[in-house]
Ligand binder design. Structure first.
Ligand code: NAD
Ligand code: DAU
Length: 343
């Protein structure tokens, strides 16, 4: 298969590209990434160097924006791409609270540009990577299924829900073979240290206070990133156009429990836990019913949370140079501003 993967230098995109090219060495991936603060070309540099100069390389990196019509059209044509997998997004809820505009620009308008280019070039599959956050927030009971009404609460989740609706419109109006996947919280290698698990690892390692929003009782359903990537591959190869598939890890954990597990694994004291001002509009609980993906795609999470967390912490321990390199000036400025206000 010949794929346009967008946002492939981010957390999930990097894991996806590594996974599919290992499993399918005959596939071709063109990775279009704007390299925002969250994108790191070095993640796949070894692959890029190995393929450079080949007549028909199976991995090509292109620095650019998903909103660039001429660029996307030319890539689809030049590389004879059959499918699009759209990971590119502004992905951090807290940043969307500070400034929603880039979220609407990339996550909605950027996605619409990709859809339009796919339509113009007759692409055979378009997989939109969405999120469980489009469904809103759960109380103590129940799960989200694919028919749960969309009820996003943050500018980030509103932008993702909007993109889902535009995807639906392209399917209904133009017959574009769009598939939407909605997944819960990923964890694993290459996650940017603004998200809970790598941020808490970093703080704990440095002996800094660990900022817990509210009471730390919010619940997320954690999934190993490799399992999400496998689900996306299954949706791409076996999914039915027009369908939505939920993926989850069957691993609901309260934030405080996750943070305590990290402290324990690193041998750090719980006195580092610091309760700070809550995230505005903070969703209380996410939990996924992924029985449709299990039934129709043969999807199943492979790794339990405790094993996956241990592997993740080991990866960050072994890759301290990576962790250091992604903390640019822009990263530090956001951290100072956001957590400065919450202290
Ligand atoms: P990330 O922030 O780590 O990576 C996003 C990537 O997109 C970066 O490489 C960035 O440079 C690139 N990008 C941003 N704007 C771009 C643009 N205009 N043009 C081209 N590239 C651009 O995000 P992630 O955590 O890897 O998430 C990937 C996708 O999966 C997102 O769509 C997100 O909404 C979705 N998702 C994430 C999770 C999660 O737990 N992280 C769960 C469910 C769904
Ligand atoms: O559910 C899928 C979503 O998961 C994805 O769509 C998003 O792209 C991804 O960022 C993630 O969103 P969350 O907001 O759930 O993830 P985050 O890691 O930012 O926060 C997880 C929980 O931890 C949440 O309840 C807020 C809390 N938290 C987070 C940070 C960064 C804290 O208590 N303190 C913190 O410093």
């Amino acid at each position: 298969m010949r794929l346009l993967v967008t946002g492939g230098c981010g957390f999930i995109g990097t894991n996806f590209i590594q996974g599919v090219l290992t499993a399918h060495p005959d596939w071709v991936v063109v990775n279009l990434d704007r390299l925002t603060y969250a994108g790191n070309r070095h993640n796949l540099l070894a692959l890029e160097r190995e393929q450079a100069g080949r007549a028909d390389p199976n991995y090509v990196f292109v620095h650019g924006d998903i909103g660039d019509r001429a660029l996307v059209l030319s890539l689809l044509e030049e590389h004879r791409l059959e499918a699009v997998v759209n990971f590119a997004a502004e992905s951090h809820v807290d940043r969307s609270i500070n400034d929603p505009a880039p979220f609407l620009s990339t996550n909605v308008m950027g996605a619409q540009n990709l859809l339009e280019c796919a339509r113009l070039r007759g692409v055979k599959r378009f997989v939109q990577i969405s999120t469980d956050e489009v469904y809103g927030s759960l109380g103590a009971y129940g799960t989200f299924n694919e028919s749960t009404p969309l009820s996003p609460n943050s500018p980030y989740s509103a932008s993702k829900a909007s993109a889902d609706l535009v995807c639906r419109a392209y399917r209904e109006t133009y017959g574009l073979p769009v598939i939407i996947t909605r997944c819960s919280n990923n964890y694993g290698p290459y996650q940017f240290p603004e998200k809970l698990i790598p941020l808490m690892f970093l703080k704990a390692k440095n002996g800094d206070p660990l900022p817990v929003y509210g009471q730390g009782t919010n619940v997320r359903d954690w999934i190993w990133v490799g399992d999400h990537c496998k689900g996306v591959e299954l949706a791409l190869t076996r999914g039915a156009p027009g369908q939505v598939y939920n993926f989850g890890g069957a691993a609901e954990r309260a934030n405080l429990d996750v943070i305590r597990a990290i402290l324990k694994a690193l041998g750090k004291p719980e006195s580092l836990i610091t309760f700070v001002k809550d995230r505005p509009g903070h969703d209380q609980r996410y939990a996924m019913d992924f029985s449709k993906a299990a039934r129709e795609l043969d999807f199943a999470p492979s790794l339990d949370f405790e094993t996956g967390l241990a592997q993740t912490l080991n990866w960050y321990r072994d890759n301290s140079a990576w962790l250091e390199s992604v903390q640019s000036g822009a990263y530090r400025r956001f951290m100072d501003e956001w957590y400065g206000e919450r202290a």
